[in-house]
Design a protein. Structure first.
Lengths: 153, 146
């Protein structure tokens, strides 16, 4: 048997870091979309660079909270208490940051709509990952059957 | 091991094996001589028994011992997982973690998990997790790319 190449600590860290950065980008674009729609409803076609900066930093930091404190809940196998709590707490942090940083001019109703939108985004991402795994299951099992047909004596 | 070969002019050909303790090398020689060269030897319930490698569901290394699990037996074997993998260079056996080897032919189904891990359900119903480190290699084997 070939000697397996060990994954170094650095590579393990890098893989996790890339995952967090991917999450940050994904959620940043989702929230930016909500923010832009809100701006357009207000009759403005301009977005604040400061708000966008706050959004990306917030998404990046909450990415760490998601991965390290709540077991990467959007990629979880199923939604249980820990995952549900993670979703609610992260949503609450986003809501609080958006309120205090004035992304929606401190309007409580819009902040609540934003929180609902975040929860919906989390749910969609969770379902997307789960569907992806289901498709992968089918592919893996098909390949397994082919392997067993070829290798069984 | 000392090998003593003697040519005889007449009489019946014979082989005498002398050992202090049973060991894998002796087991293999006995297996070959008795026409069971492809069998694995180990201890189950205090007795030495042999099994077909194809009957193994998975092997597990616990402390310094290696256990082979079949549908109805658990055999304690000599050696390590690495020595098993090098002796039985069979594509059907796959090292799925530091302490486990599975027989792919005895996998009932596979389930994709998060973080690129795979849950293998064996024919006996046991769930064995193929870690991320080994999952990519496992996928390559299934595709016949090794």
């Amino acid at each position: 048997m070939k000697e397996e190449k060990k994954i170094t600590l650095w590579e393990r860290y890098l893989t996790r870091e890339i995952g967090i950065e991917f999450k940050a980008c994904l959620y940043f674009f989702a929230f930016l979309f909500f923010y832009c729609v809100w701006r357009m409803i207000c009759g403005s076609f301009e977005a604040s660079i400061l708000h966008m900066g706050e959004m990306i930093v917030c998404c990046y930091l909450i990415g760490y909270v998601q991965v390290y404190a709540f077991g990467n809940f959007d990629e979880a196998e199923s939604l249980k208490l820990r995952e549900g709590a993670g979703m609610l707490i992260c949503t609450a942090i986003y809501g609080a940051v958006s309120y205090f940083c004035g992304w929606f001019e401190g309007k409580l109703m819009v902040t609540l709509c934003f929180a609902a939108y975040i929860l919906l985004t989390y749910l969609c991402v969770f379902l997307i990952y789960r569907t992806k795994r289901r498709i992968d299951d089918k592919k893996l099992n098909e390949e397994l059957k082919i392997f067993q047909t070829e290798h069984r004596k | 091991m000392k090998i003593d070969i003697q040519k005889i002019a007449e009489g019946e050909e014979s082989i005498v094996i002398r050992y202090i303790e049973p060991n894998p090398a002796v087991d293999r020689i006995v297996g070959i001589l008795s026409g069971q060269g492809g069998r694995l030897w180990g201890k189950a319930d205090g007795q030495r028994v042999s099994i077909e490698p194809a009957a193994i569901l998975y092997l597990e290394s616990v402390d310094d011992a290696v256990f082979a699990y079949t549908a109805d037996k658990v055999l304690r074997m000599e050696g390590s997982l690495s020595s098993f993998m090098s002796e039985w260079a069979d594509e059907s056996f796959f090292r799925c973690s530091k302490s486990m080897v599975i027989n792919i032919n005895r996998v009932a189904s596979l389930k994709s998990l998060s973080s690129n891990r795979i849950d293998a359900t064996m024919e006996g119903g046991e769930h064995i997790i193929i870690s991320r480190r080994y999952a990519s290699e496992f996928r390559r084997i299934l595709k016949g790319e090794r």
